[in-house]
Design a protein around this ligand. Structure first.
Ligand SMILES: *Cc1c(COP(=O)(O)O)cnc(C)c1O
Length: 415
């Protein structure tokens, strides 16, 4: 235990301990995530007064943290917008933690700031945008976009569909702007004819709604004073030659939000906000002065190098490697949807457009049926007051035959 008056030449807690780091990686390799939270009892009820040996702590925590996690890359993991992450991003996250760079200050992040600029410049053109920056999630990306809409164009209202993500209404509240919701059809897509009187508004269009993966009519871009596309989920499809056209029209937007910790397979928290006119947006979102050497753009103060794992993955996979994973996810969703259609005891809400499949059993009570499914195979959602199950193809390793076998078993079972 370290006491203040026992000054050491250096504190080993801040040095590279190769043995401990190798042990940490070994534990990672040997402790599969099993969704088993039973080890919570090992946690002290109160903040410990004195510490323990760090290496011994690694073993003690491995069960709680690693085994206690849910395996997003498992064969029937098909429920949420949270993807498994490639190992390269784990290593980059470790490197980031070791450096703890702060992108607020150019002096503490000489290469990391450039890396973020480079990644943004690679991706922005796929959305017709000129630039932007990274944020910890699309909740923040949406708020940043709506802030720019208010201060660049003076919008007086936020308009979005009734299936838009909660972060839109939240942002309107924070910005002190009225929020108007427009109706959607049964698949969750905004009814284009109801978009009226938006000349002074920020119109938010969704590319991949959270519940059903619906894509609003993106050609509505340009009708409002500012158009923001919330492409938190489906944005990465722009990088797939097969599916990019599903988001056609996005290039006419004023801003686009994309969550990298969804379909760009990044560790949380990683997302991007892109602008068509980055200069104008940055001018509205910048604060400078005092101790800041570079202007502080956007909502964040101190923030880390989330671009590093994204850059590494994009360099390792290339655009085609990423597109390949997205195409595999889309194929998995299509295969599952056709199974649902072919099975008379199941009902499909509609053809999946962005890898989200919404379905339910016809004759079995939904809670009872859901309880029969393995955890992580499906999630639940309510659409127009009616309950459905939802599968999300965020995991390129989902084994659809195994998913179909589990669902078939659940419909056939007599409790
Ligand atoms: C997930 C999601 C968000 C919020 O993004 P976070 O990265 O979770 O903050 C916003 N909009 C849509 C459509 C989403 O699916």
């Amino acid at each position: 235990m370290n006491r203040i008056n026992e000054q050491k030449p250096f504190d080993a807690s801040f040095q590279v301990d190769l043995g401990a780091l190798i042990k940490a990686v070994e534990l990672l390799a040997t402790h599969a995530p099993l969704g088993d939270a039973s080890d919570l009892a090992m946690l002290p009820a109160k903040l410990p007064t004195y510490g323990v040996d760090e290496k011994a702590l690694l073993s003690a925590l491995s069960k709680l943290v690693l085994t206690g996690g849910f395996d997003l890359g498992g064969p029937v993991s098909f429920a949420h917008m949270d993807p498994p992450t490639p190992w390269l991003t784990w290593v980059m996250t470790l490197w980031n933690a070791r450096l703890n760079q702060n992108l607020l200050h150019p002096a503490t992040s000489p290469s990391a700031r450039m890396i973020e600029e480079r990644v943004v410049s690679w991706l922005a053109p796929y959305f017709g945008m000129s630039g932007g920056h990274m944020v910890p999630g699309s909740t923040i990306a949406n708020l940043t976009a709506l802030w720019a809409a208010r201060d660049v164009r003076g919008v007086t209202e936020i308009v979005a569909s009734d299936t838009a993500h909660v972060s839109i209404e939240k942002s309107a509240r924070i910005l002190g702007l009225p929020f108007r919701s427009v109706p959607t059809d049964e698949t969750g897509r905004l009814i284009a004819d109801s978009v009226k009187n938006v000349e002074n508004a920020c119109l938010v269009l969704v590319a991949g709604t959270t519940s059903t993966g619906a894509v609003d009519l993106l050609s509505l871009s340009g009708r409002a004073a500012w158009t923001h596309v919330d492409a938190a989920w489906a944005g990465p499809l722009r990088l797939s030659d097969h599916y990019a056209s599903r988001l056609d029209g996005i290039e006419a937007a004023d801003s686009v939000a994309v969550s990298a910790h969804k379909w760009l397979f990044q560790p949380k928290e990683s997302a991007l906000i892109f602008f068509r006119d980055t200069q104008a947006a940055n001018a509205a979102l910048s604060f400078g002065g005092a101790y800041l050497a570079a202007p502080n753009i956007g909502l964040l103060g101190s923030h880390g190098a989330a671009a590093v794992p994204l850059l590494a993955m994009l360099m390792a996979w290339g655009k085609e490697g990423l597109a390949d994973r997205l195409d595999r996810c889309m194929a998995a969703a299509a295969k599952f949807a056709s199974f649902v259609k072919s099975e008379e005891r199941l009902e499909l809400l509609g053809e999946p457009t962005t890898g989200v499949v919404v379905w339910r059993p016809r004759k079995i009570e939904i809670d009872m049926f859901y309880a029969r499914l393995p955890s992580g195979l499906a999630s639940q959602t309510t659409i127009k007051g009616s309950r459905w199950l939802r599968c999300v193809a965020a995991n390129p390793n989902t084994n659809i035959d195994a998913v179909i076998a589990d669902v078939s078993e659940a419909i056939s079972r007599v409790d």
